[in-house]
Design a protein around this ligand. Structure first.
Ligand code: NAG
Ligand code: NAG
Length: 347
């Protein structure tokens, strides 16, 4: 090799090292990257995604969760990724924080950083299904984000095209809510409102297998078929009925697989709206995160399932208090019990 050639090789090596070093000290610092690589050597993992600490605590306190001794957790992007095992399954637990944006960000970070073979999302939810009660654990087959709307202008009826409908941005195929249907003095001509209707919209999704920037659409997102089939074995499992020696649910809670669940950036504590969601979309759990986790898993093509225990009646039931305050912790415990049971079925 000539001297010039050797110099050129050396220069290339220097440039490559400099570029790599600069990059790894950017958004993903070298010390984090090293730990991520170390963790991934032990993968693949099952990702456990949970909204809030009161929903996560029963899992962290469960004897079924064994923390990793070498590296119990890694903090990145304002999130804490906890490593360990549930039964024979290696898991990474991440708490998202409230609502769709936090759930989406945390799930995307989990799937971007770590070698994750599947995601189990769990927590509590409002209940729109009169056949079920607080404490029951639901596993829907489909999830929808019901918070993406086109709010129609006043005066336009059901046959009027929506703004940007012709360009393919919005659609009238999914359905709408007309605010005047909820007027209390519906039959009095002097009453009414000018809110007209909101039309539910599918999400734009960009699957990893698709063409970047070419949108696809998703309203109902299916959970993983294998996970859903497996979850049938949870129906009939034993769940907790009482919070103490005197306060118990009317009957022993059950695990039930249901058709649909929905999520939006809305805490639904309103009977009319939860009944509307049930009649329109046949949903049982109503929450603020599951559909976001589902949409990320759909796009990243990672198997997904959500387990949500019913903690209140989404505005139905007693008008004095939301039942979540009394039975919320029991519901959170039941969700965790169902999740750990599900994980043992996976192994
Ligand atoms: C909503 O209700 C108003 C008042 O009854 C009616 O004029 C309008 O056509 C309705 N819109 C839709 C989309 O059904
Ligand atoms: C059981 O819990 C309920 C609701 O929190 C409470 O009102 C009641 O005092 C508790 N009973 C006992 C025996 O701790």
């Amino acid at each position: 090799m000539g001297v010039m050639r050797q110099l050129a090789v050396l220069l290339t090596v220097v440039v490559v090292i400099t570029t790599f070093t600069t990059r790894s000290e950017g958004a993903l610092p070298t010390n984090i990257l090293e730990k991520v690589l170390m963790v991934n050597k032990k993968g693949p993992f099952l990702g456990l995604v949970v909204p809030n600490s009161f929903e996560m605590s029963p899992l962290l306190q469960s004897s079924k969760f064994v923390r990793s001794k070498r590296l119990p957790c890694l903090d990145f992007g304002g999130r804490r990724f906890r490593f360990g095992r549930v039964e024979k399954e290696k898991v990474i637990i991440v708490m998202t924080g409230l609502s769709m944006l936090n759930a989406g960000i945390s799930t995307q970070l989990l799937l971007t950083l770590f070698d994750v073979k599947g995601v189990v999302h769990f927590g509590v939810a409002g209940n729109a299904n009169p056949d079920l009660q607080i404490g029951d654990v639901t596993i829907p087959k489909y999830w929808a984000h019901t918070g993406l709307w086109n709010w129609q202008r006043f005066g336009d009826g059901p046959n009027a095209e929506l703004s940007f409908e012709s360009s393919g941005d919005y659609t009238r195929t999914i359905g709408h809510l007309n605010f005047s249907d909820f007027d209390i003095n519906k039959n009095d001509k002097n009453f009414g409102n000018s809110l007209n209707s909101v039309w539910y919209q599918p999400e734009e999704v960009f699957p990893v297998s698709g063409v970047p920037e070419v949108r696809e659409r998703a309203f109902w997102v299916s959970v993983d078929h294998h996970y859903f089939a497996l979850s049938e074995k949870l129906e009939g499992m034993k769940l907790t009925r009482c919070i103490n020696s005197t306060t118990c649910l009317k009957r022993i809670p059950v695990v039930k697989r249901v058709e649909g669940g929905c999520s939006a950036n809305v805490f639904v504590d309103n009977a009319e709206y939860s009944q509307f969601l049930r009649s329109k979309f046949n949903v049982t759990p109503i929450d603020m995160e599951s559909a976001a986790v589902a949409l990320i898993c759909l796009q990243q093509q990672v198997p997904f399932i959500a387990v949500r225990a019913l903690s209140d009646l989404a505005g139905g039931g007693s008008s004095k208090s939301n039942e979540a305050s009394v039975f919320g912790s029991l519901a959170a415990q039941n969700a965790v019990d169902a999740v750990t049971q599900f994980i043992s079925l996976l192994a």
